[in-house]
Design a protein around this ligand. Structure first.
Ligand SMILES: Cc1ncc(COP(=O)(O)O)c(C=O)c1O
Length: 405
């Protein structure tokens, strides 16, 4: 028998690398959009991890898929293929622009694959001079050294030695700033159609179309990072489906596994052909447990009533937030789409998103921040109306708490 260890928050500081600063409570159980901590206190979950638990906690379809697969086969390696991976790939291909899928274990890894593929595609087709990758201010693409350097906050990639090169940053929603950087040497432009970590900033339709046009003009690949916006979160299976702008490569993770780690890169046959045998890989990518759960998540989410339900919930969220704001006057605007919303703090409360986050936890609500000025909500796509109402009641108490100081 394993020795019994008393788990407390203090233990984190003793045994964990200090790169996170988790909240004082330790959640131990979740069901739907409610979570309970060690002391038995119950919370409403408006965070969903960080836009991950797309079907809440312990959704029966996902639990069943995981348990069934757990009794069959856990892992093989990519020397073999497996049924859940191929079923999931088929469904992703059937429901998107893509013809081909590469599986990873996280968003960063999906982006790493996308960026490496873009570089290899450009090298094969145009030669060594075509290496430039352009991304945008405030973007977030993960924490591997390549993806974090591509991301829009230099502070995250500073202090780790020489950075990968040929990476430039333009201003998001400013097509002129992209135009000024682009040339025949541009190999790819990567962007989130709705920026998440950067503050829940939607890409303007004209801007997204402009990026597509410039990529076409300069023979560059357009990569959509839908790690946060994908798998139903905006009310479409992928956010690109709200417009006529179709990327060449799309990355997806977070909601894809509904809480089980899995990521994927989707692309066309012509582009995929440049990642030949041996060019890239991952021990766990395409793991049968992960793919079985993701298949169940995709089956459940990719239904008109679920996707339409996301839009209905967005409307309820917006109504509730507007009512709170009418009383307390703390936001300048609420932006985002579907179940990925950001309440932007007005001048009086600028820089204090963490205070709201902490007060919300005090009041029994998990919320999120997206930078210092934005309170982010990324709940389950199927959160019951009653949980939204109860969560908003608690959020209003949190707002009152912050205002009282
Ligand atoms: C848009 C976007 N891309 C990539 C990532 C990185 O994903 P992961 O943490 O799974 O590596 C994130 C995570 O927040 C994200 O929001």
């Amino acid at each position: 028998m394993a020795e019994h260890i008393q788990v407390t928050r203090a233990l984190f500081n003793e045994v964990m690398v200090p790169n996170y600063a988790p909240a004082p409570i330790i959640p131990v159980r979740g069901l739907g959009s409610r979570v309970w901590d060690q002391a038995g206190r119950e919370y409403v979950d408006f965070a969903g991890g960080i836009a991950v638990n797309a079907l809440g906690h312990c959704h029966p379809a996902l639990v069943t898929a995981l348990k069934e697969q757990a009794d069959k086969l856990w892992h093989l390696s990519n020397v073999m293929t497996n049924e859940p991976a191929l079923r999931l790939a088929q469904k992703l291909v059937d429901s998107t622009f893509a013809d081909k899928v590469y599986f990873a274990n996280s968003g960063a890894e999906a982006n790493e694959a996308a960026l490496k593929l873009a570089r290899r595609w450009a090298l094969d087709k145009f030669g060594e001079q075509k290496q430039q990758i352009i991304s945008f201010s405030k973007s977030f693409h993960g924490r591997t050294f390549f993806t974090v350097t591509v991301g829009g906050q230099a502070a995250y990639s500073d202090g780790f030695g020489p950075k990968p090169g040929a990476i430039d940053h333009a201003e998001y929603n400013n097509i002129e700033s992209l135009k000024a950087l682009m040339s025949e040497q541009t190999c790819a432009v990567i962007l989130e159609p709705l920026q998440g970590e950067g503050g829940i900033i939607p890409g303007d339709l004209a801007f997204l179309q402009g990026v597509r046009d410039l990529c076409d003009q300069f023979n560059a690949l357009m990569i959509y990072d839908e790690v946060q916006s994908g798998v139903g979160r905006t009310g479409k299976l992928y956010a690109y489906m709200h417009s006529n702008v179709v990327p060449d490569i799309l990355t997806t993770a977070k909601s894809l596994g509904g809480g089980f780690p899995v990521g994927a890169m989707l692309t066309t046959t012509a582009i995929a052909s440049h990642l030949k045998v041996g060019t890239h890989g991952s021990t766990y990518g395409g793991n049968p447990l992960a793919c079985a759960v993701a298949e169940a998540a995709l089956d459940t989410i990719n239904q008109p009533e679920v996707l339409n339900g996301v839009i209905e919930r967005e409307q309820l969220f917006r109504r509730e937030l507007a009512a709170i704001n009418e009383k307390h006057n703390v936001f300048s605007t609420v932006r985002g789409q579907g179940m990925l919303l950001g309440a932007v703090l007005n001048d009086e409360f600028k820089g204090r998103s963490r205070d709201f986050f902490l007060a919300a936890a005090d009041q029994g609500l998990f919320a999120l921040v997206a930078g210092p000025d934005v309170i982010r909500f990324a709940p389950s796509l199927v959160i019951p109306e009653a949980d939204i109402i109860e969560g908003m009641k608690r959020f209003e108490q949190a707002v009152a708490q912050v205002k009282q100081g």
